[in-house]
Design a protein around this ligand. Structure first.
Ligand code: SAM
Ligand code: SF4
Length: 332
């Protein structure tokens, strides 16, 4: 563990997990995540690969043990694999885990490179295995590409966990079949409640499904045994009886987990957000460009000192998003 000043907030939470949005761009337009017409950042506004790596390395020096690359879709950024290779050098040298959340569309081409760079596990988002439904939810995706990507990732030795956002009337009826499939394949499945981040083209309340309700449905059909497994993130896990696989639930609305939050998020613009649901941030791009790494350290200290106690998400009908930023900007 690092001997430099560790990152502990005023609520006593140690920060060990950095999530990096390497791009706000994406090749899909999932309905709960983005509006159909999204405006993305100009390239001139974003951190260079070297800047991201330098900042991430500062976090590792200050006690961060897990880094997740996300976005937007991380694999659409051209130099994303160079970043994976660079940060992969810290695995075993301060960093316990370098991982990635991806929509899987480009995974088939990049899986072996990820594995060679030191990535061991990845999360792949898959909200439906049905081609029509997948295309509808993503507004353009081809599920076959994602399924091929999952096969390639596993063949390359990567453990794959499937992420599925539960959406009323869109994919909630498919959740038991998804758990059947993931368990049979020996993959974990994490279900996620839709969060009110950024304006989309519909009211999220219409699609919100409480995972408490989903869990009751699943528990009637599967033998689910609470598991102490901790992936270092917000999910709570259950063993799916008769299989080696797990069900995870990320329930920010029905099961607040802020007390144990160990995370901060770096956007592709260089803003450090200490909570997904608040606007508090510091500008690490300005810090690194004007004052170098000493200024980055000072800005990180200031951010951690003001990390909010909890989010105030509200998905009642008509409620405004908690923040204007989409998940793809902050790094989901
Ligand atoms: N593009 C990659 C992907 O889809 O996996 C990485 C970025 S995406 C923002 C990361 C995760 O956030 C995905 O599992 C996605 O389903 C989830 N997500 C996006 N918007 C969300 C929202 N408003 N509420 C809950 N989860 C969301
Ligand atoms: Fe893109 Fe991921 Fe958002 Fe879907 S959830 S639009 S794949 S960033």
């Amino acid at each position: 563990m690092s001997t430099e000043r560790p990152l502990v907030d005023r609520h006593g939470r140690a920060i060990r997990y950095l999530r990096v949005s390497v791009t706000d761009r994406c090749d899909l337009r999932c309905r709960y995540c983005m509006a159909e017409e999204m405006r993305f950042l100009p390239r001139s506004a974003i951190l260079t690969l070297d800047e991201i790596a330098l900042i991430a390395e500062r976090f590792v020096a200050r006690g961060v043990t897990k880094i997740r690359l996300t976005g937007g879709e991380p694999l659409v950024r051209r130099d994303a694999l160079d970043l994976v290779r660079r940060l992969g050098r810290s695995v075993g040298a301060g960093l316990d885990e370098l991982t990635l959340t991806t929509n899987g569309t480009q995974l088939a081409a990049h899986a072996t490179t990820l594995a060679a760079a030191g990535v061991r596990r990845i999360n792949v988002s898959l909200d439906s295995r049905d081609p029509e439904r997948f295309r509808h939810i993503t507004r353009r995706g081809d599920v076959a590409q994602v399924l091929d990507g999952i096969v390639a990732a596993r063949a390359a030795g990567l453990a794959v966990k499937i992420n599925m956002v539960a959406l009323k009337g869109l994919n909630d009826a498919e959740i038991p079949a998804m758990l059947d499939w993931t368990s049979a394949q020996g993959m974990d499945l994490t279900l996620i409640e839709t969060m009110p981040l950024g304006r989309i083209d519909e009211d999220r309340a219409d699609r919100f499904v409480p995972l408490t309700q989903v869990f009751d449905t699943l528990a009637a059909r599967f033998s689910l045994v609470r598991d102490a497994h901790d992936s270092g993130g917000p999910a709570r896990y259950w063993r799916v009886g008769g299989t080696g696989a797990r069900l995870g639930l990320i329930s920010p609305l029905t099961g607040n987990f802020c007390d144990s939050c160990n995370r901060v998020r770096l956007t592709t613009e260089g803003k450090l957000f200490t909570c997904l649901g608040h606007d508090d941030q510091v500008d690490l791009k300005a810090a690194i460009r004007t004052g170098g790494l000493a200024a980055v350290d000072a800005a990180i200290d200031a951010a951690i000192a003001s990390k909010p106690a909890r989010h105030d998400f509200d998905v009642t009908p008509g409620a405004a998003p908690a923040v204007a930023r989409h998940m793809s900007v902050t790094g989901g």
